[in-house]
Design a protein around this ligand. Structure first.
Ligand SMILES: [Ca+2]
Ligand SMILES: [Ca+2]
Length: 410
């Protein structure tokens, strides 16, 4: 079922099951969440025990793939899980803490494929028990576990016997291999391999490129953001911050030390707005959701809205902004000579319609109505009526608002 924004007309979409589904998915719900993950413990080949709860792996995520790998190279397998919704990646470090011995093998094919995909290893310990591992290419949905093979040796300090079945070639048997990490080339003796040093230096953090969204469709916001004529004599950057947000503090410090030129910085603190102007905070949220098409999730901070001298929202910045990015954008917007639609694309193309960005606030009014902000929607309509009347769907929107108001009347 297509979940894209089909631009359905006002009121029509609300009776449409697809629209309802779209709203649910975008508000963070999932098709198959709330079903706990399960993990079973192999009881030496005799039975399985459900250890989901005790292991802490019984997460109610909408999981898609699971991979196993001894990520911290301490001999036990750790788990990576990917989910359809957030958190999209989980790393579950195995901190069970037992000090039993283990054997890790890296197989290298010489005659068979060099990754030794398809190779099977059967390991025997002194108690006569066997363990079998196979190198697979891919496990589960779009995922791949490590190609290293891991064996738990329990209290034994060596494998009694190891037989490697190389795909398409004769098996190789190795006796009395001690616990540890080995690479084994086909038909050659095992060679211990060095595991990563625990003292490896961390790479210094790199600052990511600015997360900036130049808007192809500009939106008049001065009235909803409570900006007067006086406020927008210069371009404004309305930045939304929070008290407990390191990036916000860093950004504010940067602006204090070197205020950006050609723009008026206006700070709105979420913690204060919650008390003083909850309605304005809701409008920031609706505006953010309108452009990022994700509903009911708190605005990430800092987020900054760049508003031009006509009171139109032109660009949205998530996270810290480099001063050079900001000054370039302001120059571009003020000179008027930029094409927002082309800048919003990853590669050039040919438009079948006129390419100048234009305001189409009708969809935004719909978002206000969907959020139940009828009086705000009416106020906004009166503020931007001139633009709205040019929209063919405007009469339908008015009808929808009237019918909602009628329903609300006692
Ligand atoms: Ca581990
Ligand atoms: Ca561990």
């Amino acid at each position: 079922m297509p979940l894209g924004n089909a631009g359905i007309g006002p009121g029509i979409g609300n009776s449409d099951p697809a629209r309802q589904l779209q709203l649910m998915v975008r508000s963070g719900l999932s098709f198959s969440g709330n079903e706990s993950h399960v993990i079973f413990k192999n009881e030496k080949g005799k039975s399985f025990k459900d250890i989901s709860s005790i292991s802490g792996l019984d997460l109610k995520d909408d999981g898609r793939a699971v991979c196993f790998s001894d990520w911290d190279q301490d001999g036990d397998l750790d788990v990576w899980i990917s989910n359809r919704n957030g958190p999209q990646i989980r790393y579950l470090k195995n901190n069970h803490g037992n000090r039993n011995n283990s054997l890790t093998l890296k197989l290298i094919g010489q005659k068979c494929n060099s990754d030794a995909i398809g190779a099977r290893v059967i390991l025997k310990t002194d108690d006569g028990l066997t363990q079998t591992r196979t190198i697979n290419a891919g496990s589960g949905f779009l995922s791949q576990s490590t190609k290293f093979l891991h064996f738990g040796l329990g209290e034994f300090d060596k494998a009694n016997e190891l037989t490697i079945y190389w795909p398409g070639f004769k098996p190789q048997t190795i006796a009395g291999l001690s616990a540890g990490h080995y690479s084994i080339r086909q038909e050659l003796e095992p060679a211990p391999f060095q595991i990563r040093s625990r003292d490896t230096k961390r790479a210094s953090p790199i600052r990511k490129p600015d997360d900036r969204t130049l808007l192809a469709q500009i939106l008049p916001v001065s009235s909803i953001f409570e900006l007067s004529e006086n406020d927008i004599q210069k371009p404004s950057l309305l930045s939304i911050t929070r008290d407990e947000c390191e990036k916000c503090q860093n950004q504010l410090k940067e602006w204090n030390e070197a205020p950006p030129e050609g723009v008026e910085i206006k700070i709105q603190n979420i913690d204060k707005l919650k008390i003083t102007k909850p309605g304005l905070l809701e409008l920031f949220q609706i505006t953010y959701d309108h452009f990022f098409d994700i509903f009911s999730r708190a605005i990430p901070t800092p987020v900054s809205f760049l508003i031009d001298t006509n009171g139109n929202l032109r660009s949205i910045y998530r996270g810290q902004i480099r001063p050079e990015t900001l000054s370039k954008d302001i120059q571009m917007i003020e000179s008027g000579g930029y094409d927002g639609r082309n800048l919003s694309l990853p590669f050039p193309g040919i438009w079948s319609s006129e390419s100048n960005p234009s305001a189409r606030p009708l969809n935004f009014v719909e978002d206000l109505v969907d959020a139940g902000k009828i009086s705000m929607a009416e106020k906004y309509i009166s503020d931007v009526r001139e633009t709205l009347v040019k929209d063919g769907l405007f009469p339908m929107l008015l009808k929808r608002i009237e019918s909602i108001k009628k329903e609300r009347r006692p």
